[in-house]
Design a protein around this ligand. Sequence first.
Ligand SMILES: Cc1cc2nc3c(=O)[nH]c(=O)nc-3n(C[C@H](O)[C@H](O)[C@H](O)COP(=O)(O)O)c2cc1C
Length: 202
Amino acid sequence: MNEISPIDERSAEYAVSPIFLERWSPRAYDGQPMPEDKLLTVLEAAHWAPSAYNVQPWRFIYAIKGTPEFDRMLDLLVEFNQGWAKNAGALVFIVSKTHSAPPGAAEETPNYSHSFDAGSAWGLMSIQAQILGYHAHGMTGLKFDKIPETLNIPEGYRVEAASAIGTQAAPDVLPEALRKNEVPSKRRPLDEVVFKGVFAAE
Ligand SMILES: Cc1cc2nc3c(=O)[nH]c(=O)nc-3n(C[C@H](O)[C@H](O)[C@H](O)COP(=O)(O)O)c2cc1C
């Protein structure tokens, strides 16, 4: 249970591991640099995600708070995200390789699931962060046009998202308008998203 923002609001219809309810995406971080070994532990977990043909299309580019690389990455977020993510302990950009050679193939062809697999890796990243007492917060509010050049990302990679990671702080580190949002969100009822047999019309 998190003392800064209780997760009481969250409940599951089936008995999932509490870690799934405890994981959420705060914006209030304490500004402390994340120890690099902890961040690498989080990225190690991400990299154990499954992927089609085990091609592992994800790539992660990270920076620790307090370094010039962090400031450079922060500048790649839209203004709104910069406002809160500046206090994260680390930033990670997640990119995926769009083409790969399936087993036995000599040539690389478009990999149908490169984004899906990278998203799966981010999911594991966020859970490992939670297990270590940190919180990850995904972002696609990014300056996508500037990212490849600034981060030296070659052709053939899609910028998927970025993630802030750090130690949660009390909401008062945030601008007034954002404080009320510092509570874990709920989910739709399960039967709105899970269908037995065939897709059920909405
Ligand atoms: C791919 C992705 C992109 C997101 N982009 C942003 C963003 O740019 N800014 C932001 O404040 N939150 C962003 N979020 C956070 C979501 O709003 C948040 O995950 C969602 O409301 C569910 O809340 P929870 O993660 O606390 O359970 C993003 C999350 C994901 C997974």
